[in-house]
Design a protein around this ligand. Structure first.
Ligand SMILES: C[S@@+](CC[C@H](N)C(=O)[O-])C[C@H]1O[C@@H](n2cnc3c(N)ncnc32)[C@H](O)[C@@H]1O
Length: 287
């Protein structure tokens, strides 16, 4: 009861809305249009049910507040978690880099984070993943040519990487529902990634394969083609739970470590046990 009251108080706060713009009207119209052509999946799987609920929200509700939709909060948005304190403390060790890029915008109506109201819980959470990855691999985001992200949610990691200086080609593979959301959200930030619902060949160059709690939730049939994409990548940031979609992820990603020639490290996430990161980088940094 007390927890609910506290949440309601936190939820009553908002970022200052952006001025209405023709660009937003156009992106919103495209978003709504995407769902007029998207049928129900009626699939009896966790993601099938989420997609149908998301479709319902997309048709009936205001997309300008999508970060407060139940289906988004449940599947990909942390706003109130206690562990955010640990994550922001970690970012503060290099605040010159992380402080500015976690300044939030009003797009999607995120809930301001209670202890740092310029940001939101989920933006802090994504910045934490990237900061841990960078500490482990030394990857310089501004030097990457390509990012291939599997399951990009609403586009939070993509937005952050651009704020950190990435200027190459950013590919996001996801369900059509989320491609539509990513087009809206990232378009509002002036970012136009390559959105695909099928595996696609990435261009040559220094590349990062990114999959945060996404590939680890997909069924085997969706995972298999990703190996062919990942095997040509230089860096890897994968977040996963031990078992997902009835697949043993420890075994699945163990196989990638055996087959792909990279310097690998599996790292615990103490405040999110038993979740882990799998980080990878070239054995010798290319010149
Ligand atoms: C739990 S969300 C995580 C989103 C984001 N990576 C994050 O960390 O916030 C899982 C993401 O993977 C996508 N996804 C799950 N199964 C998928 C599949 N079989 N094919 C494509 N995308 C999938 C979902 O649509 C969603 O974007």
């Amino acid at each position: 009861m007390l927890k609910k009251v506290a949440r309601d108080i936190i939820k009553a706060r908002h970022f200052r809305p952006m001025a209405a713009s023709g660009k937003e009207d156009q992106l919103l119209a495209e978003f709504k249009q995407a769902f007029s052509a998207t049928p129900q999946t009626n699939a009896d799987s966790a993601w099938g049910r989420y997609l149908d609920l998301f479709r319902q929200r997309a048709i009936q509700d205001d997309p300008r507040k999508f970060l407060r939709w139940d289906v988004i909060e449940e599947t990909m948005c942390v706003s109130y978690a206690r562990f955010l304190k640990t994550e922001i403390a970690y970012l503060k060790q290099n605040w010159k880099v992380w402080g500015p890029v976690i300044n939030e915008t009003a797009v999607g109506d995120p809930v301001p984070y209670l202890f740092h109201s310029k940001s939101s819980g989920n933006l802090i959470h994504h910045a934490y993943h990237l900061a841990r990855f960078q500490a482990a691999t030394g990857c310089r985001f501004e030097e990457l040519d390509v990012v291939y992200e599997f399951g990009g949610g609403y586009g939070c990691a993509c937005k952050l990487l651009h704020a950190l200086g990435f200027r190459g080609q950013y590919i996001i593979q996801d369900f059509p529902h989320f491609s539509a959301l990513q087009r809206y959200y990232l378009g509002m930030h002036g970012i136009e990634p390559t959105l695909t619902t099928e595996p696609m060949t990435q261009p040559k160059g220094k590349s990062l394969f990114l999959a945060e709690w996404s590939l680890s939730e997909a069924p085997e049939i969706a995972r298999a083609p990703m190996f062919d994409i990942a095997k040509d990548c230089d860096y890897f940031l994968i977040g996963y739970q031990p078992v997902g979609g009835e697949v043993d992820n420890v075994q699945f990603f163990g196989e990638w470590q055996r087959k792909i020639d990279a310097h690998w490290s599996v790292q615990d996430i103490a405040h999110l046990e038993p979740n882990q990161y799998l980080f990878g980088c070239p054995k010798r940094a290319p010149n």
